[in-house]
Write a protein that binds this ligand. Structure first.
Ligand SMILES: Cc1ncc(C[n+]2csc(CCOP(=O)(O)OP(=O)(O)O)c2C)c(N)n1
Ligand SMILES: [Mg+2]
Length: 354
């Protein structure tokens, strides 16, 4: 019986700056210094803010928080690669994206301090609120893209999830429909090696997550997620093509969550110190700092000023957020567009009938 091969696929891996800050000049995008500085500033601000959120939670001033440390290049590189009309569907891990898009930092604190007002994102920033159920972002994004097309709007739609989210049915439903409908979607999977305490190898037998896109009929690419230039370049190309009607792309960004899954987790219970040390050497900020130093942009003085500026921005955002109040009844009032019998009963039980 003759055998004919009917499908062959490949997945590329892209890294532009290696862990030691050495740049691949063939792949290096020619970006203005202003944008490079913006990338660095947002990564540094993101890290300082993130560490502050952990401290706030540990001292009872913030509720459960999902840290960003180690994954700053994905949040920053992907967001800065978008146009203002592109839509973003983030998870809990990328809440800092709202600030990159233009939300005041204090309002993200307000959200993590348990007040829903923090997630009322200005509609002109084109960001959906955080959805905690994993992989729902992908289906929301495909639905959003469908609606944009119906309105004749040519925007790209970015959505985020982790390695763990790719085991959810929603991930596969979303990719399947995005392929069939040629949706302008950029699916970003932050493969940080762990889904809470479950290692990447237990999610899938596939060698890469990117290759799953091939089964749904579109391109999947792996990038070094700790390399902000690689993330930026891959997302920019995918988003530009999406706006031109060339369909979806899945980007698997290889990274590592340096901290706990959330403040309710203790990663020492399931991963080794050697593993964490391996990834600390691959830090996204460190390598970009070396890159900027070689370009004559970064020096010690530059760093000290930047850190002082960012620390002040973070402190001011905390002061403002802690002065913010919201009527606790709102948590019942806005679960649905109209209160249901159940939410009304729950509110009355908490606050008395009235
Ligand atoms: C549908 C759904 N199932 C389970 C959970 C509980 N949960 C929260 S985070 C998480 C792991 C997610 O891991 P991953 O997708 O790799 O993202 P990461 O947290 O590593 O960024 C799980 C199972 C959830 N939020 N949503
Ligand atoms: Mg993960």
């Amino acid at each position: 019986m003759p055998i004919t091969q009917v499908f062959e696929g490949k997945v590329d891996y892209m890294q532009i700056i290696d862990k030691d800050g050495v740049v691949d000049s063939k792949l290096e995008p020619k970006l203005p210094n202003e944008l490079l500085e913006k990338m660095y500033r947002f990564m540094v601000l993101g890290r300082i803010w993130d560490k502050k959120c952990l401290v706030l939670q540990r001292t009872g001033r913030m509720y459960t928080y999902a840290p960003l440390e180690g994954q700053e290049a994905i949040a920053v590189g992907s967001t800065l690669a978008t146009e203002s009309g592109d839509w973003i569907f983030p998870t809990y891990r990328e809440s800092f994206i709202y600030h990159i898009r233009g939300t005041p930092l204090d309002m993200i604190n307000v959200a993590w301090m348990g007040m829903e007002d923090g997630l009322k994102i200005d509609p002109s920033l084109c960001c959906f609120p955080i959805a905690v159920p994993i992989a729902t972002q992908f289906v929301h994004a495909v639905g959003g893209a469908y609606s944009l097309r119906a309105k004749g709007i040519k925007s790209a739609v970015l959505s985020y999830g982790g390695d763990g989210s790719t085991s959810e049915g929603d991930f596969h439903d979303a990719l399947n429909f995005a392929g069939v409908w040629n949706s302008p979607c950029v699916f970003i999977v932050s493969n940080n090696q762990w889904a809470i305490s479950v290692p990447r190898k237990w999610q899938t037998k596939s060698e890469t997550i990117a290759q799953k896109a091939l089964a749904y009929g579109f391109k999947g690419i792996q990038v070094d997620g700790n390399d902000v230039l690689a993330v930026y370049s891959a997302v920019k190309e995918a988003a530009d093509n999406a706006r031109l009607g060339k369909g979806p792309v899945l980007i698997e960004a290889i990274t590592y969550r340096m901290g706990p899954h959330t403040t309710a987790d203790d990663p020492k219970k399931y991963r080794s110190e050697e593993e964490v040390a391996y990834w600390r050497e691959r830090d996204p900020i460190k390598r970009f700092q070396i890159y900027l130093q070689k370009k004559g942009i970064w020096n010690e003085e530059y760093e000290q000023k930047l850190i002082a500026d960012c620390a002040k921005i973070v402190e001011d955002a905390v002061t403002k957020a802690e002065a913010y109040t919201q009527d606790p009844k709102d948590m019942f009032k806005f679960v649905f567009a109209k209160m249901t019998k159940d939410t009304k009963e729950q509110m009355d039980e908490c606050f008395g009938v009235g």
